[in-house]
Design a protein. Structure first.
Length: 634
């Protein structure tokens, strides 16, 4: 990871806007403009009976208009909110575009949300119309509607649309899935002109969507995103990354579309001419990658960690762990050398290392490419910190893994590395139309095209979120180097202060330990305590191959958490992390838990971010035990 000193950092960096848009533009116009460039090109691909079937832009827009007619016929007026509760799938994007064509405001809801969470979103947003994926999600909405005490109309993507609310179903709402609703819209009384009038009533400054934060702390707040946010980010990010998001490119979307990152990239794809396919779950991911063969990927670091761990496990099973380790080292060295040259340093691979890297490029690295479908040359990682060694490994193996940075409040991408300007360990330079500033206390501040309009119904929180110059306070700590690359060092609120007064950033320590395939999650603790400690969980998928590679019998995680070999391995990982910090910041003790942190357990958000406070609260007894005895000397 880059570690700029005080002398080689700057306080502000910005990138000029590449594309301006007229005030009467809106996000739906990205799709209309794509149609004008040619209706026959595929905008989506849908899996039917095991085969990928292209959906042309013309066919997609016709479906969007039919669904928009149905919404307008139901009484939807410009500015009205419509919620969408579903896994990532083709119908998600269709529903949102229809809401925008009808002049409405989309309100994404994570498909795993509880009735209580849905109730809050419906209350706060005012949404009384909901697209739900299936009967199960519709049932959750029905429970939320009963708590609200108001009628909420629900349409499902699959099967007959149920209805929720004390008022009962309204006439004309029983549609046999989304396709039937589209047909009903086309057959209904709403004219094309009415749809166009509703669509064009929205301007850049109007609200496009209300995105509720995934809630790592407290009750989720609704982030008001305008049409300018989505449209300007798409219009500027596409020419900023022409080698990645380009006409004819393909991507497989598997991150939650309820998360702003996936949606921001999906709208970039619409603007660029990219074909987007969707996969609904982790179980289908590898098979869908192989069959769809995307040219670039969008994922969170955990996905890349698992891809690397799977490759290592496969090598171990064939008795070729040493060869894999050598190939990995060669890839990392090649990528680090490339980074050094980009900084203007004289650096080149030694002849033997170069020869070894060339051999692996023809033998082992292609196997990694084939696991991703064989045609992916670029990948974008976001939502949480990416291990620099992991980025170097994939880039050295031929997959340009680009880390970016942003929050819900910045429409996701605020900074990003690009193929022509990459500094591994950083999160890149500001995207066009964006300025990044470092406050006196090290907080990262952002102003630009992606920064949201404010928190829905929370003017006080909105005012607190911006400084006197209109910069959004991200809550992250970071540094800018003289070339404008941003490095994130942690969260302000995550900074630990030990009983001895030492400030400790847990992120780098956690990132270092979690780099092992054996480890699933790590949480460093020590606030107000005499020393730093950590609680860890094991990766159940990788435990069995790890044990087998060491001649150990298979065992459940509950037994592995106490096994001497596992504990010795964890200790070596902790020792490695401790070597990067001072003695006062080092992890003195750790506990390996017999359960993992998951979304279902309440410890991860739907975008796989760790809820640190939830871990501290629910693991209080485990943490207290770490301080019950005197720790070993370091």
């Amino acid at each position: 990871m880059t570690d700029p000193t005080q002398e080689d950092t700057v306080r502000e960096a910005s990138t000029d806007l590449l594309v301006a848009l007229p005030e009467d533009y809106n996000t739906s116009q990205l799709l209309v403009d794509r149609l004008a460039r040619g209706g026959g090109a595929p905008v989506h691909a849908v899996k039917r009976a095991g085969e990928w079937v292209d959906v042309s832009t013309a066919v997609f827009v016709a479906a969007v208009r039919g669904l928009a007619k149905a919404l307008i016929g139901d009484g939807l007026r410009p500015g009205d909110p419509v919620a969408i509760m579903s896994r990532t799938r083709y119908e998600w994007g269709l529903a949102e575009q229809a809401v925008w064509f009808a002049g409405g405001v989309s309100v994404p809801v994570y498909e795993t949300s509880s009735p209580h969470q849905v109730e809050w979103i419906l209350r706060d947003s005012g949404a009384r119309r909901v697209f739900a994926e299936d009967a199960e999600r519709a049932g959750v909405v029905a429970s939320a509607a009963r708590a609200i005490g108001e009628e909420v109309a629900v349409w499902t993507f699959e099967g007959t649309g149920p209805h929720a609310g004390p008022g009962g179903p309204r006439a004309g709402h029983a549609a046999a899935g989304l396709a039937a609703l589209v047909e009903a819209g086309h057959a209904g009384p709403v004219a094309d002109a009415a749809v166009e009038a509703a669509r064009t009533s929205r301007r850049l400054s109007d609200t496009a969507t209300i995105v509720y934060t995934s809630g790592t702390t407290g009750r989720p707040k609704g982030c008001v995103m305008t049409h300018a946010n989505f449209a300007l980010v798409a219009a500027n990010l596409v020419p900023h990354m022409p080698d990645v998001v380009a006409p004819g490119s393909r991507t497989l979307m598997f991150l939650p579309l309820a998360h702003v990152l996936a949606r921001a990239v999906q709208h970039c794809c619409i603007h660029a001419g990219t074909t987007v396919a969707h996969t609904t779950g982790a179980a289908d991911l590898m098979g869908d990658l192989a069959s769809f063969r995307p040219t670039f990927l969008l994922a969170v670091p955990r996905i890349f960690e698992k891809l690397r761990a799977g490759a290592l496990a496969g090598a171990e099973a064939r008795g070729k762990e040493g060869l894999f380790r050598s190939a990995e080292a060669a890839a990392v060295l090649a990528s680090r050398t490339r980074d050094a040259r980009a900084r203007g340093l004289r650096s080149r691979l030694p002849p033997l290392a170069l020869a070894r890297h060339l051999v692996f490029r023809g033998t082992l690295y292609p196997k990694i490419h084939r696991s991703l479908g064989g045609e992916a040359h670029h990948a974008i990682s976001g939502a949480s910190a990416l291990s620099p060694d992991l980025a170097h490994f994939f880039r050295g193996a031929g997959l340009c893994l680009l880390e970016g940075y942003g929050l819900t409040e910045t429409t996701a991408p605020a900074t990003v590395n690009t193929p022509g300007a990459t500094r591994v360990g950083s999160v890149g330079r500001p995207v066009p139309g964006t300025s990044v500033r470092i406050a006196d206390d090290g907080e990262v501040l952002v102003k630009g095209v992606g920064v949201f309009a404010g928190y829905h119904h929370h003017p006080e929180a909105t005012a607190e979120a911006f400084d006197a110059d209109g910069y959004f306070r991200t809550g992250d700590l970071g540094m800018l180097d003289p070339d404008g690359f941003l490095t994130i060092s942690g969260r302000k609120k995550d900074l630990l202060v030990t009983a001895g007064g030492k400030n400790v950033a847990p992120g780098p320590l956690e990132e270092s330990v979690r780099a092992s395939r054996l480890v699933s999650q790590v949480v460093v603790v020590g606030e107000g305590r005499p020393y730093v400690a950590a609680v860890l969980t094991l990766d159940a998928e990788q435990l069995a191959p790890w044990l087998a590679s060491r001649g150990l019998p298979a065992m459940p995680t509950s037994a592995a958490a106490r096994h001497p070999a596992v504990l010795a391995e964890i200790q070596s990982l902790v020792d490695g992390a401790n070597a990067t910090v001072s003695a006062a910041e080092a992890i003195r003790r750790f506990a390996v838990l017999d359960r993992d942190f998951t979304e279902e357990s309440g410890h991860l958000t739907p975008s796989l971010k760790l809820k640190r406070q939830a871990v501290v609260d629910t693991c209080a007894a485990d943490i207290d035990a770490l301080y019950a005895e005197r720790p070993p000397r370091t």
